[in-house]
Design a protein around this ligand. Structure first.
Ligand code: F6R
Length: 613
């Protein structure tokens, strides 16, 4: 969602902050702002992209060597200059940037208003600035740090906070509950950010703040405590990502770069884990809990969005390859039910960012009830990666495009490896089976490469024919039903075309009523055991004049003959098919969105990391 950046050192702070905000823009892009202390508090904020703010700063100038900044994804109050962060106290001395939601903000706001405070914005964050000021000014004996602690004790909700005060012009204060923050340690300079992307070009030494913690930061020191004032010694971690991974490398958009990175990201995900020599799958992250996993009563997978779709693929994989019962839940629904989960069950959470609020909540709920909680996560150091009992990283590299692509395929690869490992441990998969699966798995990067090479241009051409289609239907069966959902999600989120994904057989139970000559229907007909059934579904669409775009393979040439358009992909085992079929769908949505002039990497209303419920 929103992004936070902060700097204290010798550099020109506005340059570091603007650069950092641009790197964080994928998290939220309704508005942006900075606050610097240079004698007095100077605040600049602007509705819209970071570029608008950067132009304002270039025009008006802004000097100083310390400050905080924010990119906003609006929750309380529309995106405008006033609602942008930082929010400032009435006396103009305190500035606050905030990620998260203050749930009791309206009662706090009313109490403050009753005590004569005046609010400028409609945000929940301004309450923090005003309450903090009131508490700090209430007694000479309260330090600013204590005032922050007292303020946070009155707040219900989630926050990642960075605060500056003109009374302590050499300090930045940060605090975390439910919204990530990390501190980058440089040479006589410090950086703050809500994820590593603004920090990576300056230092690779970082400290992750945990929930309930705060820190006071000077240019050459930091002090971490709990909100209850217990001093902590934090581990310094080394960042594993490099600058080149968070830049576009000549591609017009991050999304296209990330689609084209998939041969490498899939190979990276399998590296050292799919071991041909020993005919085995080695997943160090879950080795210690393998017995519990193998003997689990069932696996419940909880995730959101695209990660939920990979979870659905996981359900087919675990049931076929490991004969383990699986349920897949929307994380948001799981936590609000009274879920029947406990000792003997495994909750597997899947998240690219590792910070999705609903997924975190599901994880905590299942932990509380005694289940073993495992994670599949892309961002090393994220909350999910640290708070699960065990897990497997996807190693897809930073995903900056808001629409998830390479994270999805990497998640599916991890699920595949886990299912194979469990199947092997249970004795369901014999050595010959393993050999066959491993050989095929290792061929997948080159098969994805083949699709990117051969399908990119045809899809680009085809996309121009469908640029103005008002609706799309996606149909798939078995392993490719989740891919139909994923294809539809990709299209709607970046092109704003209404699209629905369905299990192909469900079409006749309702959606068939929508089909006419205006309705493009994407049919994924690339799993051997459902091909005949898919052909019948295609005929049903054709009979109603729908236009068929088929994702098929050459083993199923009948599909080609009856489709209006087809994209041919290499054959693979049915259970690996989503890793290939999703690629043309990612490209199709990308090119349609580009043709429609949409902002592919930062679609309207969306944010990369959904840290509010
Ligand atoms: C879609 C997309 C979202 C995310 C969802 C979960 O392209 O990116 O649907 O998949 O918000 O995010 P993570 O995986 O970070 O938990």
């Amino acid at each position: 969602m929103c992004g936070i950046v902060g700097y204290i050192g010798d550099r020109k702070a506005s340059d570091v902050l603007i650069k950092g905000l641009k790197r964080l823009e994928y998290r939220g892009y309704d508005s942006a702002g900075v606050a610097l202390i240079n004698g007095s508090l100077e605040v600049r904020k602007r509705k819209g992209k970071v570029d608008h703010l950067s132009k304002l700063i270039a025009k008006e100038g802004l000097s100083g060597n310390m400050g905080i900044g924010h990119t906003r994804w609006a929750t309380h109050g529309e995106p405008n200059d006033v609602n942008s962060h930082p929010h400032v106290s009435e006396n103009g001395k305190i500035a606050v940037v905030h990620n998260g939601i203050i749930e009791n903000y309206s009662s706090l706001k009313k109490q403050l208003a009753d005590r004569g405070k005046t609010f400028q914005s409609q945000t929940d964050t301004e309450v923090i600035a005003l309450l903090l000021e009131e508490i700090y000014n209430s007694s000479f004996e309260i330090s600013f740090e204590e005032a922050i602690q007292l303020t946070l004790k009155q707040i219900v909700g989630t926050y990642g906070l960075a605060i500056v005060h003109t009374d302590s012009p050499d300090k930045i204060y940060i605090a975390r509950k439910g919204s990530p923050l990390l501190l980058g340690i440089g040479e006589n300079e410090m950086f703050i950010a809500s994820d590593a992307s603004p920090i990576v070009e300056f230092t690779n030494k970082v400290i992750y703040l945990d929930d309930g913690e705060m820190a006071t930061i000077t240019r050459d020191n930091y002090k971490v405590k709990t909100i209850d004032d217990v001093v902590l010694t934090k581990e310094v971690h080394e960042l594993a990502i490099g600058l080149e991974e968070i830049e576009k490398a000549g591609y017009p958009h991050f999304m296209l770069k990330e689609i084209f990175e998939q041969p490498r990201s899939i190979a990276d995900c399998m590296r050292g884990r799919v071991v041909k020599e020993t005919n085995s799958i080695q997943l160090g992250g879950i080795e210690d809990v393998m017995d519990e996993l193998v003997n689990a009563r069932r696996i419940v997978i909880a995730a959101c969005g695209t990660s939920w779709h990979s979870g659905l693929v996981g359900e087919y994989l675990f049931e076929e390859l490991a004969k383990l019962p699986v349920e897949v839940e929307y994380a948001s629904e799981f936590r609000y039910r009274d879920p029947l989960i406990g000792r003997g069950d495994v909750l597997l959470v899947i998240s690219q960012s590792g910070e999705t609020a609903d997924t975190l909540a599901a994880m905590r709920e299942a932990k509380k009830r005694g289940a073993l909680v495992l994670g599949i996560c892309n961002v090393v150091g994220s909350t999910i990666s640290r708070d699960t009992d065990a897990g497997v990283f996807t190693h897809a590299g930073p995903e900056i495009g808001v629409a998830s692509t390479k994270a999805f395929t990497a998640q599916v690869v991890v699920l595949t490896m886990m299912a194979l490992a469990v199947g092997k441990h249970k004795g369901i998969l014999k050595d010959d089976d393993m050999r066959m699966y491993i050989n095929e798995l290792l061929m997948l990067p080159s098969k994805v490469e083949y699709i990117l090479e051969h399908a990119n241009e045809p899809i680009k051409k085809m996309a121009s024919l469908f640029t103005y289609a008002p609706n799309f239907l996606y149909l798939g069966r078995s392993y490719n039903f989740p891919v139909a959902l994923e294809g539809a999600l990709k299209l709607k989120e970046i092109s704003y075309i209404h699209a629905e994904g369905y299990p192909a057989a469900e079409m006749k139970h309702g959606p068939i009523a929508l089909i006419d000559e205006m309705m493009p229907v994407v049919v994924i007909a690339a799993t051997e055991h459902t091909n005949d059934k898919m052909i019948s579904n295609i005929e049903e669409v054709k009979a109603r004049k729908g236009r068929i775009i088929a994702i098929m393979n050459d083993a199923n040439s009948d599909v080609k003959d009856i489709s209006d358009f087809h994209i041919s992909i290499p054959t693979t085992k049915d259970c690996f098919s989503p890793l290939l079929t999703v690629i043309p769908l990612q490209l199709l949505s990308y090119y349609i969105a580009v043709n429609r002039g949409c902002n592919v990497d930062q679609p309207r209303n969306l944010a990369k990391s959904v840290t509010v419920e």
